[in-house]
Design a protein around this ligand. Sequence first.
Ligand SMILES: NC(=O)c1ccc[n+]([C@@H]2O[C@H](COP(=O)([O-])OP(=O)(O)OC[C@H]3O[C@@H](n4cnc5c(N)ncnc54)[C@H](OP(=O)(O)O)[C@@H]3O)[C@@H](O)[C@H]2O)c1
Length: 339
Amino acid sequence: MSTPTNTAITLKQRPNGEVRDDDFEIKQSSLPELQDGEFLIENKYLSLDPYMRPRMNDMQGYMDPVGIGEVMVGEAVGEVIASKTDAYQVGDVVTAYTGWQTHYIAKADEPMIYKVDAKGLPLSVFLGAAGMPGRTGYFGLTEVGKPKEGETLVVSAASGAVGSLVGQVAKSMGLRVVGVAGGEEKCRYVTDELGFDACVDYKAGNLDADLATACPNGIDIYFENVGGAVTRAVAKLLNKGSRVPVCGYVSAYNSEDIANVETPFHVFGAMPEPPEHRFFLVTEWQEQHGEATALLADKIKAGEIQYRESVAEGIDNAIDAFRGMLKGKNFGKQVVKLA
Ligand SMILES: NC(=O)c1ccc[n+]([C@@H]2O[C@H](COP(=O)([O-])OP(=O)(O)OC[C@H]3O[C@@H](n4cnc5c(N)ncnc54)[C@H](OP(=O)(O)O)[C@@H]3O)[C@@H](O)[C@H]2O)c1
């Protein structure tokens, strides 16, 4: 096999606000020879996720910032095309944190690499509904949200990778499910195709009134994905004993002064009777990775979970797709398909 050339996107400088093309560099390099205990992955799809934006800042979060000159972090799904370890064979399909690049040399004992049993599903699903966002929605809802039949759940970024999963699982558990999404088309998808009871278009200009109409019995669980105006509107309707799994607050991620933005913790913490709320990370349930992935893949295969993807073609389009995702240009899970 001739050695393939790797194409990678590295962080050239820290973005100020929205990311710009010149914050990154696209670099080509020839791959070194495999050493014993290593294997080579050829990526098929890269995942683009909101968390990547805070990691471009020079600020310590729950994960280290990406260093200047380093390959942008991220998960991908790909195929093993060469191997010098018995642990991975040529032809194995894996998810791995390879970063934004076409190829990746992994070590046999590297953590967070999982073999994929695709069950006939498209591989991109293992970055979305049956991947990290799917598991995030599933565990955040069931373990932190503690849903009970008959309760009302509101989920923001409802048509997105995490939100769409949360609402569908909650619906299957007998809750009244209300989505919040940007625009009529996304809201129509959330009710008509995902089966939510209602969806509020937060861009329509009547957020408080529309949310109150959609939640006549108040809100028992708010699955927080966005922060900002949606959070403030939800807070007014929370019932006694309500729970708020804080998954993220994407509306603040492009902020030029992220240390000083109003977070959901400020909003809920200032309430006279705050809901039970906490930030959680999907990795809290890492030991159940295999089980949860298989469960979600089975539900997708059975048609019990619907999903949607925005697919950017080619690594050269990753930056633009990422910029678009943070302002809702994506419709469902954002991935990059590699040639
Ligand atoms: N805690 C964890 O372990 C974990 C793991 C994965 C993801 N997350 C978090 O989960 C959330 C959703 O992630 P995802 O991967 O599913 O992304 P996504 O929902 O597929 O995409 C992001 C969406 O955010 C919405 N949005 C952007 N700006 C907004 C604003 N100012 N106000 C309201 N909505 C806005 C947009 O939808 P609209 O067009 O509807 O506005 C956009 O499509 C993010 O906060 C992410 O950080 C957390």
